[in-house]
Design a protein around this ligand. Structure first.
Ligand code: SF4
Ligand code: SF4
Length: 437
């Protein structure tokens, strides 16, 4: 059953890198592996200055249930653990590693289950030990998603290959070039959560990827569903509604309606963790926008400085005016290239001054466009006004927490009101108030 979710927009997609095969980036002189790679508690370093590490060796352990460990992406020497600029704009401790060029790896086969004999409990532990997190952007620790409570049975696993953000093509290339581990991860996820049904969801601008997946040996009952191109089709709640008609309740999670959604890159990482015992130490990301001289899809080691990605791909063809980690709609604006790749970095986009129109906010003309565009059925202009006028006490009543920060309201507003920025500010204020109680 295919449905159109409410709202959404149709931005110019600019998937110019879609035909560029995945290439590797050479290693930098130093990697900075941030202890904060995901939603949840940062990891705790277990190495110190002067230690020699092998590739895949654990270097930080999870500091709680909603946390994921880290592993060395290269063999080399730990140069220290110190605060480094993170894509979030904050200074967060990172483990600095100088590669030794030997690429000596720890034998991970002893953690592996290549014949898939050990069963779901062991597989969950392997995924946890491999530090796998969601690779679609939010970077939620995957072992937590694979552990739904008993009173929330899962009947459907969705492989999210939608990639609805403009400019990003990393998932597209992964599905085309290496679909085997994605399907392997899908089978494992089905068995771990006991689901009988699977859907691989792909937007209609990636028909070649849909064909490729269809040509694979798929699990019984697996459907490949091609969805119309509409942002934010890849957001979990919108995707579930479009595929099944099930509505995730306000404040709820996909597991509340019996569904688990996993990004295709995450599924491949689950498969590698179980069959090879291999931790998540590198990922495919898109370098795009108008300025990079070497746009494309690259396999990059976690901890690689963004400046190194720019330099080794040929540099920029002009001064950067806007730099974004992730997609242009939901990504993080960066002040420069000083921070490093994390497990959640799906893209690095660089634009010049002429590519962007500065917003010149004017009073709301009450056209209602933002309400029609909001996929979460909110009243963005009301939420924006409340924050602007410091009426924070009413924000909860207007379900501000259901905002997925997709940016559709800002994109569509003829009065240039940066509504998503007001809403982020409102959420941050509510969080600060609840913490101070
Ligand atoms: S209010 Fe939130 S969910 Fe609705 S369009 Fe704006 S950013 Fe998206
Ligand atoms: S789209 Fe902009 S102008 Fe129109 S109602 Fe919303 S905030 Fe007001």
């Amino acid at each position: 059953m295919k449905r159109q979710f409410h709202g959404g927009v149709h931005p110019h997609y600019h998937k110019e890198t879609r035909d560029l095969a995945i290439r590797s980036i050479p290693l930098p002189g130093e990697l900075a592996v941030s202890l904060s790679q995901h939603i949840g508690a940062p990891a705790k370093a277990i190495v110190s200055k002067g230690d020699r590490v092998l590739k895949y060796q654990p270097i930080a352990e999870p500091s709680g249930f909603v946390s994921a460990g880290l592993h060395a992406p290269v063999s080399g020497t730990v140069k220290g653990v110190k605060p480094m600029l993170h894509p979030s704009g904050r200074f967060i401790p990172a483990i600095l590693i100088e590669p030794d060029g030997l690429d000596e790896a720890e034998d991970t086969s002893r953690h592996a289950d290549p014949g898939l004999e050990k069963g779901p409990e062991a597989w969950k532990e392997m995924v946890r030990n491999a530090g796998v997190v969601g690779m679609g952007g939010a970077a939620f620790p995957t072992h937590v998603k694979l552990n739904p409570p008993e009173d929330k049975p899962i009947d459907l696993v969705v492989a999210n290959g939608v990639e609805c953000e403009p400019f990003l093509t990393a998932d597209h290339r992964l599905m085309l070039e290496d679909p085997g581990p994605i399907i392997g991860g899908l089978r494992l996820t089905m068995e771990i959560v006991g689901a009988g049904r699977v859907i691989v969801a792909i937007e209609a601008n990636k028909l070649d990827a849909a064909e490729k997946i269809r040509s694979m040996d798929l699990p019984p009952g697996c459907e490949v569903v091609v969805l119309p191109v509409r942002y934010p089709q890849g957001a979990e709640k919108q995707l579930i509604f479009a595929l099944t008609g099930r509505q995730v309740p306000s404040g709820g999670l996909p597991m509340d309606v019996g569904v688990i959604v996993q990004n295709v890159g995450t599924l491949a990482a689950i498969h590698q963790a179980v069959t090879m015992g291999r931790p998540l130490v590198e990922r495919v990301m898109t370098l795009g926008g108008t300025l990079p001289k070497g746009p494309g899809n690259y396999l990059v080691a976690v901890g690689t400085p963004l400046s190194h990605i720019i330099e080794t791909t040929g540099g920029l063809q002009g001064p950067a005016a806007r730099i974004i980690s992730g997609g242009p709609m939901m990504g993080l604006p960066l002040s420069g290239f000083e921070s490093s790749m994390t497990k959640g970095t799906s893209g690095l986009l660089v634009f010049g001054a002429r590519d962007f129109r500065e917003l010149k906010p004017r009073p709301c003309v009450r056209c209602g466009s933002c309400v029609r565009a909001c996929p979460a059925n909110l009243l963005p202009y009301t939420l924006g006004n409340m924050v602007e006028w410091d009426h924070f006490h009413d924000l909860e009543e207007y379900h501000i927490r259901d905002c997925i920060e997709c940016g559709c309201c800002t994109y569509i507003c003829p009065a240039d009101r940066n509504l998503v920025q007001y809403i982020r500010q409102g959420k941050a204020e509510l969080l600060a108030r609840s913490r101070s109680k």
